[in-house]
Design a protein around this ligand. Structure first.
Ligand code: 5GP
Ligand code: ZN
Length: 114
């Protein structure tokens, strides 16, 4: 994990505006936002992909989702609606191999995704 970008954000080795943090997770704005609101929520411990989660991580995964919903409210996008998603591996479009939940809002999204 020594050269994992998001582990470095967790350890505050990279300057990032943290918008939410607790014992287990950190949330910050995406450097290349795809919507007016684009936040990434990550666990402080390193998992490369969603495939690495075990049953012991269910609470942590739920906490990421719950926190995304809370942030959607504070960001003012909850009522109009928003998109959340984990990209997994190459075909899922994952580029940073430390799991992260995208929270996107402030515009209308299409379905199915591209
Ligand atoms: P993925 O494609 O893996 O699902 O998403 C990775 C996301 O991380 C991308 O949306 C990308 O813009 C974002 N990202 C990559 N490097 C950095 C960084 O150094 N800081 C922040 N805040 N976001 C980053
Ligand atoms: Zn990491």
């Amino acid at each position: 994990m020594g050269d994992c970008l998001f582990c470095k954000i967790v350890k505050k080795e990279i300057e990032t505006e943290i918008i939410f943090e607790n014992k287990n997770i950190v949330a910050f704005r995406d450097i290349n936002p795809q919507a007016p609101v684009h936040i990434l929520l990550i666990p402080k411990i390193h998992f490369s992909t969603l495939n690495d989660l075990t049953s012991g991580d269910i609470k942590l995964a739920g906490s990421l989702i719950y926190t995304a919903a809370k942030l959607a409210k504070t960001e003012g996008i909850a009522d109009q609606g928003y998109r959340t998603g984990f990209n997994c591996n190459k075909w899922g479009g994952q580029t940073v191999y430390h799991i992260h939940l995208h929270l996107l809002g402030g515009r209308k999204f299409g379905w199915p995704p591209g």
